[in-house]
Design a protein. Structure first.
Lengths: 316, 416
């Protein structure tokens, strides 16, 4: 029983992070129609930026950015301003790179109304490859430890070890998703975003600035992946290939939960986190990652619109 | 390959239609002009690669020579109208010349050149299969490496014929000859692809891409963890010693090359036959206009599923040959990265053409070799290149070529 509680609690914490990542993925898909196969890398990149800006790690070698000149590493260390400050600095950078630049340079060019979505899918696969390998070459090929912002303290009520990180993660995730729900349901801007997602043409006619709403979605996604990066990196480290699994779990959560609901992505994420931990503890630790993927195939077979979603409705 | 057999229709001379046609032509020619900068860029990149002194082996020399020949033939083909007898001849002579050249090339050669060329034929077959799924059925499969791996392991295990155990079940595998394992490898891959294709293709959208990505990870986990069946991450050695086919010793790689080459021809033949068959016409209709195809009674789901199954089956059979070519298989070789590489080859070559996969595979092999001096940076450039290509020329090299050619032919017709 103790082990069960233990495994479930840490699964919920992991799942909460998947949920945040999944919400971002679903937002882009619903509002802009953009399916982002580089979503995992979108979580990995802010973690790398955060660690570099916040803790000055590792030292930057600028000439490494130009491979033709050669890899002479004239390193310089950034001042250590702390992880929270690094996070604060990362958000505008992420909004620019992963929001604005991504939208303008790829999505706007490749997503023609009424056109095929395959070019964008391929381009985002290329983008994922680029980001992964770029971090591998220019930043670090070995994983870097990423400290938790919540510290390392552990409480043991009744023999169940609960870490400060687990609690902190769950609180931040609950606040983030709650705030997002409030924003989408209660504010004028949020309602406009919903309108743009549900029916862009009608929304345009009614005076919703659809273009600006889409841009806002990209920015929102950038903020969400930055938060996910801050929360998930203590357990997976800041590493170049972290995005492969994270991306897979994020869109698995989005699809399993039903991507036309913020709540769906939340439940999907929690379900996958818990399921992953249960199968790791009770079936086989070697197949920890397999359970969510099997669930994905099962859900697509039985309820393609997700466990909590409704068919044929676009909503965020 | 454009269908060259149809004669040009007699032009309708009513003024409205003529106007429509001209507008059409102008649009086409303009698009042709747009790709001129791209052509210049590609020629410049080619010249850069040709005179680069670093990283050249005999194999890349061969590939480069081949691309040059291809460019020459392509140029002649570009300016000869398809409808004339000359045009038809140029096309067929070029195709025949390429295959004759490939056939006689290994004579008197040995070593790593032949191994590389052998790998080229195998990966070429995989990409040909992927091109069927993607170019003709319009679905992205990201499990091509997984099917390659499944084919490898199935074929090797059945060849070894040892006692294996899986999940407490011990089986004595039969000891089959190599050639008999190829159809089994193809069959197992097709069966698995149908199993994952049925749920994924039930609904519209890029679900197959998600499911195949998950599937590739599952296959990797399975191969890596089931030690008693696959020997896990230690891999399996598959030596070609004491290996003869039709009385020929297969140990020298210039002999074994012909196995992969024959398989590539088989894969091309299968796709060519499918595209020509009524069934292939339905697929083409599906690719060009899904809505219309559905409205005239094409069962979209079944056709897409079969295309995906055939594409995956081709990868599975290629796996059987791959294992003997590299003489060592391990789960790492069939990870998602490899699937991404196959995707890039498919896209770069051009979707929905027969020549595209070969062009794409050779470009990828060449680029990888030439860019090796940048260390692992070539993957970074790959990523950039794919994004750029999707923005500038989403049809790929072969598709762009066909577009330019159509524009030239149109203009010629207009002049005469």
């Amino acid at each position: 029983m103790q082990q069960f509680l233990q495994v479930t609690i840490s699964g919920l914490a992991t799942g909460a992070i998947f949920a945040i990542a999944a919400v971002g993925f679903a937002l882009l898909w619903q509002t802009a129609g953009a399916i982002n196969f580089a979503h995992g890398e979108f979580i990995m990149v802010p973690a790398v930026i955060m660690l570099t800006l916040g803790l000055g790690q590792p030292t930057l070698g600028i000439p490494d950015f130009v491979p033709l000149i050669g890899g002479t590493n004239v390193g310089f260390a950034l001042p250590q301003i702390g992880l929270i400050a690094g996070f604060a600095l990362t958000i505008p950078i992420a909004i620019f790179l992963l929001g604005y630049l991504f939208k303008v340079s790829l999505v706007d060019r490749l997503l023609v109304p009424g056109g095929d979505d395959i070019p964008l899918v391929i381009a985002t696969i290329g983008l994922g490859l680029f980001l992964r390998e770029y971090v591998h070459e220019a930043w670090s090929a070995t994983p870097k430890a990423f400290p938790s912002v919540f510290g390392n303290s552990v409480w043991r009520p009744g023999g169940v070890a609960i870490t400060a990180d687990d609690i902190g993660v769950m609180v931040v995730c609950a606040l983030t998703i709650g705030a997002l729900q409030l924003f989408l349901r209660r504010t004028f801007l949020g309602r406009q975003m919903q309108a743009a997602a549900q029916n862009a043409e009608t929304a345009q006619v009614l005076g919703v600035p659809v273009g600006r709403m889409v841009l806002l979605t990209f920015a929102l996604n950038a903020v969400l992946v930055s938060i996910a990066a801050l929360l998930v990196s203590p357990s997976v480290n800041a590493r170049w290939d972290a995005g492969l699994n994270l991306g897979l779990f994020a869109f698995t959560a989005a699809i399993v939960g039903g991507f036309n609901e913020v709540r769906g992505a939340l439940y999907g994420g929690l379900l996958i986190g818990v399921l992953q931990n249960w199968s790791g503890a009770y079936v086989s630790n070697l197949y920890r990652e397999a359970a969510p993927l099997l669930l994905l195939i099962l859900v697509i077979l039985i309820r393609p619109h997700g466990l909590f979603g409704r068919p044929e409705e676009r909503r965020i | 390959m454009s269908t060259g057999t149809s004669l040009p229709e007699r032009p309708d001379l009513s003024p409205d239609v003529e106007f429509e046609n001209r507008k059409d032509n102008i649009a086409k020619v303009d698009r042709g002009k747009l790709s001129a900068p791209l052509t210049v860029a590609m020629v410049a990149a080619g010249a850069f690669l040709a005179f680069m002194p670093i990283g050249r082996s005999e194999f890349t020399g061969v590939m480069w020579l081949w691309l040059l020949v291809l460019a020459g033939v392509g140029f002649i083909h570009l300016i000869t109208p398809d409808e004339t007898r000359n045009g038809q001849m140029v096309k067929w002579v070029a195709i025949a010349a390429f295959f004759v050249w490939m056939s006689v090339f290994p004579i008197g050669r040995a070593g790593s050149t032949m191994t590389d060329l052998g790998l080229f034929t195998i990966f070429g077959a995989v990409v040909v299969g992927m091109n069927l799924t993607q170019g003709f059925a319009g679905q992205i499969s990201l499990a091509q490496a997984a099917f390659l791996g499944i084919g490898s392991y199935v074929s090797v295990l059945l060849d070894f014929g040892e006692e294996v155990s899986l999940w407490g079940l011990t089986v004595n595998l039969p000891n089959l000859p190599f050639l008999a394992t190829i159809p089994i490898a193809i069959g197992v891959s097709m069966l698995l692809s149908i199993l994952i294709g049925i749920p994924a293709l039930r609904v519209q959208g890029p679900w197959l891409a998600f499911v195949t990505l998950a599937f590739n990870l599952l296959v990797f986990l399975f191969l890596n963890n089931e030690d008693s069946l696959t020997r896990g991450s230690r891999g399996m050695r598959v030596l070609r010693t004491d290996f003869t086919l039709f009385g020929v010793d297969m140990l020298p790689s210039q002999n074994f090359f012909y196995v992969g080459y024959a398989y590539l021809l088989f894969a091309l033949g299968v796709v060519w036959w499918i595209v020509r068959s009524p069934w292939g016409r339905a697929l083409k209709a599906l690719r060009d206009n899904p809505g219309r195809a559905r409205s005239v009674g094409v069962d979209v789901r079944a056709y897409t599923l079969i295309a995906f199954a055939v594409g995956s089956g081709l990868a599975g059979g290629a796996g059987a040959i791959y294992a003997r070519q590299v003489e060592f298989i391990e789960p790492r070789s069939f990870y998602i990265n490899q699937s991404f590489d196959f995707l890039l080859a498919t896209v770069i070559g051009g979707l929905g053409t027969l020549a595209g996969p070969l062009l794409g595979t050779s470009t990828i092999t060449l680029l990888a070799d030439y860019l090796r001096f940048t260390g692992d940076w070539y993957r970074v450039w790959f990523g950039l290149f794919v994004m750029l290509m999707m923005v500038v020329a989403p049809e790929g090299a072969a598709g762009t070529y066909n577009r330019v050619r159509a524009a030239i032919q149109k203009r010629r017709q207009e002049e005469s």
